[in-house]
Design a protein around this ligand. Sequence first.
Ligand code: KG4
Ligand code: ZN
Length: 350
Amino acid sequence: MLVLTIESSCDETSAAVVEDGRSILANAVASQIPVHRRYGGVVPELASRNHIRDVHRVIEDALDEAGVALEDIEGFGVTAGPGLVGSLLVGIETAKALAYAFDRPCVGLNHLEAHLTTVLLDLEEMNRPTFPYVGLIVSGGHTDLYVVHGLGDYELLGRTRDDAAGEAFDKVAKMLGLPYPGGVAIDRLARNGDPSRHDFPRPMWTRKNLDFSFSGLKTAVSLHLDEAGIPEGQDLADLCASFQEAVVDVLVMKALAACRQNDVQRLVLSGGVACNHRLRQLARKSCIGADVDLFVAPPRLCTDNAAMLGPIAEDRLSSLDGRGFTGYDIRAQSSMSLGRTERKTSSAHR
Ligand code: KG4
Ligand code: ZN
């Protein structure tokens, strides 16, 4: 099936054409980073306005690149949540209008599910994982660990109790006076830093459960800055590397514990923080040691984009085969849960 997908949950406006839930024919992304940078974070009202300005252009770009016309599109998929409601609305109303005009089915999709299943796309860089796999979503709003038993079948294992990993990167970057998005800036500086210079806490390290917490680590950095001042040069690089190492250590340790506890030999990292070079490096090394196969999509597919909706759009649309417009009930939702949310208790302490 030839599907057009639209993503506008935060500050990227994106449209993609995906065939059979596997092949990316086009994936156009308009980033709003320069718009929000001067405010140090995403300003929701500005995000909505820029989505309105950009959404038609990215759709045209995607169609052009794929070499198809709107009449050729057999179904539409759009992010319905979680995200900024005003931003989501732009993508949703655009998708609904196009689907209605061409009398095609249209489905609302979960952004977290899209991150978790991006690796099911055909990618030159890697093979697809088979089910089940452990999926770690590390983004600006989420740090969640799941077992993915199949498309649409997710078991939540653990999540952050306070800040998300990306949020911790962004907040610490702000304290250091670094530009938004903070994760990118810290990653870049940390490449030349010494990660052992500061011994920041590894939150929840000794806990047997698979939950995370990053607000204490953020406070530890803040207290250090109160005492020592904002560092520069090599000292700044060392601080970034030490903070990053603390975050990444916990993410990899818990993700591998999740694999072990669930007897799963495949680990998928997804979401914007999965672009982080040290996370990728440590995960690669640790997975080899633990005999776990690691799957991480290329960076352009880890940050928000519409192609990542492809596998789940195909899954939902294929059950509506032959139907005309179906999008009446799609609503923008700021929060949205995913799959079975009961915790595993029997094997959690193995
Ligand atoms: O998945 P995403 O694009 O949007 C959300 O769904 O939140 O993730 C954005 C987050 C931001 O917090 C950003 O700072 C972080 O991903 N990020 C990174 C890197 N690139 C993006 N964090 C650490 N290292 C990176 N290289
Ligand atoms: Zn995201």
